[in-house]
Design a protein around this ligand. Sequence first.
Ligand SMILES: Nc1ncnc2c1ncn2[C@@H]1O[C@H](COP(=O)(O)OP(=O)(O)OP(=O)(O)O)[C@@H](O)[C@H]1O
Ligand SMILES: [Mg+2]
Length: 320
Amino acid sequence: MSLIEIKDLNIHYPIRSGFFNRITDYVYAVDGINFDIEEGETYGLIGESGSGKSTTGKAIVGLEKVTSGQIMYNGEDVTNKHNRKQMKYNKDVQMIFQDSMSSLNPRKRIEDIIAEPIRNFEEMTDNEERTRVKELLDIVGMPSDAMYKYPHEFSGGQRQRIGVARAVATHPKLIIADEPVSALDLSVQAQVLNFMKHIQREYNISYLFISHDLGVVKHMCRNLAIMHRGRLVEVGTRDDIYNHPQHIYTKRLLAAIPKVNPSGREKDKANRRAVEKEYQEHQSKWYDKDGKVFPLQQISATHSVALPPDEVAELKSEVG
Ligand SMILES: Nc1ncnc2c1ncn2[C@@H]1O[C@H](COP(=O)(O)OP(=O)(O)OP(=O)(O)O)[C@@H](O)[C@H]1O
Ligand SMILES: [Mg+2]
């Protein structure tokens, strides 16, 4: 049994228009996705802007209303609020938000921000609580006098670390990390990623690591799901995705990773152009007649890809 199982999750937002403000259509932000996260693992959810990553993450922590489908935690259904409460789910599953400036209350001191989940879920004296907040600041490499300050007194990287401190305050089992380092410069990115790994080992935390950049998550994730237009286009292990990508969308994301080595740049550019050409020339191969991504089809024990059935049969005969 996995720690978290996402089963046929759908989140559709109604679009209202006209004089009577009737529902005329829906945004299919999340359109029938499935994946499992194991205890202690980092699972990557990757896709470009608007693909539905944050909506998925927020639904898992209970901040977004699920249209249909199920979220299972340790085998129990936590899709509805009542069950989440009974399972202590909201203590066990925390989120690091994409935008640290708007997710940290500007009128609250850091002490109160970090202590908020502790106050919600644990009984502690003021002294115990203060000690815990200092410990947490120390874990994320911040001085303890940071607790008396306000969010605007910190840089983006520092605020993101405060977000991490708050997320780990109640010793969660799973953290939804929504682009935790995307707003930071490269040197700080590495710092934040390193201590995320460090606390993961220390407390056996699972992460759902959300990113638009396959380069950033390469060394974090054991398994990844590639999201596009509310659906998953490819799911597999790190080796499947980075070394044997099958869907053009995955290949495009891989081609977009900036390379450090200047000698390979010309080759990179050529590769990027070739991938782009393949995508443009065979549009119909990648989407069904309504422009939707095909259902996922399994091509090996760990690897699934969203291609039309005949393409998959061909692939399988090559692989197997
Ligand atoms: N409250 C809402 N009402 C209507 N549409 C919404 C709402 N929230 C999100 N959407 C739409 O759902 C889609 C998915 O949004 P989401 O924020 O999940 O994308 P994302 O993958 O996190 O993108 P980014 O990388 O930019 O953060 C988008 O098309 C967005 O416009
Ligand atoms: Mg997002």
